[in-house]
Design a protein around this ligand. Sequence first.
Ligand SMILES: Nc1nc2c(ncn2[C@@H]2O[C@H](COP(=O)(O)OP(=O)(O)OP(=O)(O)O)[C@@H](O)[C@H]2O)c(=O)[nH]1
Length: 522
Amino acid sequence: MLVPVNLKLRWFAIYAGFGLLLSLIITAVLTQVATRQIEEQVGTSLAHVAEQMAHQLEEGMFERLRDLQTAAKLIEVPETGAQQERLEQLIQALYSSYENYAWLGITSADGEVLISSNNVLEGADVSARPWFQGAMQNPYFIGDVHGALLLESILNPDGAEPLRFVDVAVPLKRPDGSIWGVLGSHLNWAWVQELERVAKRGLLDLPAAEIIIVSSEGQVLLGPKVNDDGRLQLRLSEAVARQGHGLQQWPDGAEYVVGLAVTRERQVYKGPEWQVWVREPATEAFKPVRELRWQAVWIGLAVALCFAGIGWLSAGRIARPYADISSKLEHEVASRTEELRRTNEKLERLATTDSLTGLLNRRALIKQAKQLRKRADRHGQDIAVVMIDLDNFKKVNDSYGHSVGDKVLKKLAKLAGKLVREVDIVARSGGEEFTLVLDGSDEKNAKAVTQRLAKQLREAEFSADGETFTVTLSAGVASWSSDQEFEIVLDKADELLYEAKEKGRDCVVAAFESESNTKEAD
Ligand SMILES: Nc1nc2c(ncn2[C@@H]2O[C@H](COP(=O)(O)OP(=O)(O)OP(=O)(O)O)[C@@H](O)[C@H]2O)c(=O)[nH]1
């Protein structure tokens, strides 16, 4: 048995759908896992670089502070020209020891610059500068990044990129602990840019990564411009707040994978609290995920096609039993339906026909006679009804047996069936009673037909128990007018039959010649 194409196609579609679904699930899971892994890996690297950078910033400032604190211990109030000269040499030596000192100087307690690197600003009043005031009131001062005020024109005569400094300053004390001056320094911000260059070497795998340093006031000190006012204010994402790295939305709406570190306080040193951000655009960071997703989609499609192929090939084997069953079922249903139709026909026949003669029974006679009446009315035709009864039939039964009597009944049925036309009705309306309904016949015609039937019966010879015998019939013929109920006409024909019996049997009496009619006429 061949598997229908329809069934194969369904099987193909089921397998393809299943393969596709499986691939989609695998792709979704793979993508999610890869996204998480990349977010974790990239985030951890960025956080590591941020930590390094923050550490180096702290180190850098702490070393400068230590330089100044060490030098401060060697510095006494210059009272002689020789002491003055020695201090100038000390400042110059300190200045030369570190390339990112933009300026170093010693002030008096009232803020006058006494000695300075390259004699810059000597004699100037710096008493209003925060670094001077900070060092006069605290063990040390480390300030946030600021632009140059007094030094800009001296140190940056070309007016290139404005200079920015970080200030470090310590008080100068006499042996009794009283403050007589301040040792201050301006660190060139270029120092941090150098740190950034070094840190970026650790980000070679992430070329789009950027480093951003934000001051404790939210001012961007280093990195790309994020806002017109140069400030960065972010609501930390849950991941970044918890672990210092993860996905973070930027004020422009773009998403970045970031690492965040904050410069920390040390035991002997408290510097500014700077945030060090290292960020990589999420679109760049997750590029490998997108590539992986496409690969997974293609592989998934291939898998789905393979599944579909297997489905197509196996459809024959798997679906054949179902197809066989289905065909057997169809066959079974068809034969059962035919059987049922035949049984119904049989039941209908049994309900409408007489089993002995095959003629219509009384119930069917009444139904069909009424239909005939309607048809005849439409064509304006007469109908005649004939009631026939075998004469002395009881004797036949009694003399030759019931089966012989049956043969007589069948014979009469056969003769009557042959004699009338197809449109006419022949029925066995009772035990040995028959009814004819003759379409298009008046009483005369009907009587003639009945007489022919009586003659044929009379001439028929029956044999039983080595004897032969004949049978006669009596009949009543009545016309059926359209306003009459059929049952009334039957009664009328029955009366006429009775009259025929009365007349001595083997006789046909029609209504027009009936004695009762004649009497009524009289
Ligand atoms: N063999 C046979 N006899 C039947 C059948 N139906 C009815 N009969 C018999 O028909 C006979 C009818 O008898 P009656 O009604 O006395 O009438 P009759 O002997 O024909 O006499 P009249 O009608 O007066 O001429 C009875 O003996 C019934 O048993 C049948 O199907 N087969």
